[in-house]
Design a protein around this ligand. Structure first.
Ligand SMILES: [Fe+2]
Length: 325
C-alpha cells in the first residue's frame, strides 16, 4: 500500500471565524476562507480544512465531540487507491466520492479518506548551520537570522489520535493498510509511518479512556529548528497560548512547539524528524518526560540584559490590555 501520508485534515467547528483566523496566523496559506469554512495549505498543498459542524458533506462526528471529522491520506497512484478499496470492502463500507477519493472508517470509528496525493514536490534549502570542523553551510556575509524569512509551513507532518484500544487501532493500520511501527511507548501506543514515506511517524496513537477519543494534535514540518522557534515566537506575539515547548523529542528527534487552539486539539510546529526504512527495529520505552523529550524550554516574555522579565501578573495584565482594547 503506497500511502504517502496525510494530505488533509478536515474539521467541523462551531466557530468558523476563529478557526480560520487561527490557521492564517499559524502561517498556512488560505486558498478559501469564508463563513462556511476554509482551506489552508502548506507549501506542498497539504492542508487543514474547516467546515461548519453541521455541514452535511462531513462524515458523522465521533460521539466524544472531537472536531476532527476526517483524515484524508494521499496515496501514490490509482492502483493503491483500488487496493485500499478492495481491502477495506472485505469488512466495511467504502464510499466512492465525486472527487475520485474514497471514504471509510478505521477500527476506532475515525473517518478516513484516500486520494491520489495532492502533494507538490518541494525544492527548498534546509536551514543551514556553521559548525567548526565541517564545511560552512553559510559562507562569508550570509547571516543566519532573518526577521523577514518566509515561515509558511512546508508540509503536513502527522496527526495524533486518542484511542480507547491502541492495540486494535494499531492492528488496523499495520495489517490492513501496511503501516510500520517506528517506535512505541509501552502501554500507550505506537508511532506509525505508512509505506510511502520514511518519516518517523505520520500517525501516533495514545491510549485513553473512551470519552477522550479524538484528535490530540496535528503538526506541519518547518524548514528547521529555527523555523519552529521563530514561527512559534511570532504565534505567541499574536496572542496564542503555548501549551508545550519548544523542545526536542527523543523518538523521531523532531523539534516541537505545541499551542492551544480553537479546533478542539493542540497544534504543533515541528522540524527535523528522523527518517527510517524497513531495516529499523522499533524501540520501546515507557512514556514520561524523560522518554518524550531530550530537552524542553519554556517561552517567557521578551527580556534582555538590563532588566528582569515581567512578573507573571504584570505579563497577564499586558495580554489582557492587548485584547480588551
Ligand atoms: Fe507531534
Amino acid at each position: 500500500m503506497n500511502i504517502i501520508g496525510p494530505d488533509t485534515l478536515v474539521f467541523g467547528v462551531d466557530d468558523v471565524a476563529s478557526c480560520n483566523q487561527y490557521l492564517l496566523d499559524y502561517g498556512l496559506v488560505p486558498v478559501r476562507a469564508d463563513e462556511a469554512g476554509g482551506r489552508f495549505e502548506a507549501l506542498d498543498g497539504t492542508a487543514i480544512e474547516i467546515r461548519r459542524t453541521d455541514d452535511p458533506a462531513l462524515p458523522p462526528a465521533l460521539a466524544t465531540g472531537s472536531m476532527l471529522r476526517k483524515t484524508i491520506y494521499g496515496v501514490a497512484d490509482a492502483a493503491t487507491l483500488n487496493d485500499i478499496a478492495a481491502e477495506l470492502r472485505r469488512d466495511r463500507e467504502v464510499r466512492q466520492l465525486p472527487d475520485g477519493s474514497i471514504e471509510s472508517v478505521d477500527d476506532m470509528g475515525f473517518a478516513l479518506g484516500f486520494q491520489i496525493t495532492v502533494r507538490r514536490s518541494l525544492a527548498l534549502p534546509a536551514e543551514s548551520v556553521n559548525a567548526p570542523g565541517a564545511p560552512a553551510q553559510r559562507g562569508p556575509n550570509v547571516v543566519g537570522v532573518n526577521d523577514n524569512v518566509d515561515l509558511t509551513p512546508r508540509t503536513l507532518s502527522h496527526v495524533v489520535y486518542f484511542v480507547p484500544d491502541a492495540d486494535k487501532a494499531e492492528a488496523f493500520y499495520v495489517e490492513r493498510l501496511g503501516f510500520r511501527c517506528s517506535d512505541r511507548f509501552t502501554g500507550v501506543g505506537p508511532f506509525l509511518r505508512p509505506a510511502g514515506t520514511l518519516d518517523h511517524h505520520t500517525l501516533f496513537m495514545i491510549q485513553t479512556p473512551p470519552f477522550m477519543k479524538g484528535c490530540e494534535h496535528f503538526t506541519f514540518h518547518m524548514g528547521g529548528p529555527t523555523g519552529v522557534l521563530q514561527a512559534g515566537t511570532r504565534f505567541v506575539e499574536k496572542g496564542y497560548q503555548s501549551f508545550w515547548g519548544p523542545g526536542r523529542h527523543r523518538f523521531g528527534s523532531n523539534w516541537f512547539w505545541y499551542f492551544n487552539s480553537p479546533l478542539g486539539c493542540h497544534v504543533e510546529y515541528d522540524a527535523d524528524m528522523d527518517l527510517h526504512d524497513d531495516g529499523w527495529a522499533a524501540r520501546t520505552a515507557p512514556m514520561g518526560a524523560d522518554a518524550s523529550q531530550l530537552f524542553l524550554f519554556q517561552h517567557r516574555e521578551k527580556w534582555a540584559p538590563g532588566g528582569p522579565p515581567a512578573a507573571p501578573a504584570e505579563a497577564a495584565a499586558k495580554v489582557n490590555a492587548k485584547f480588551s482594547g
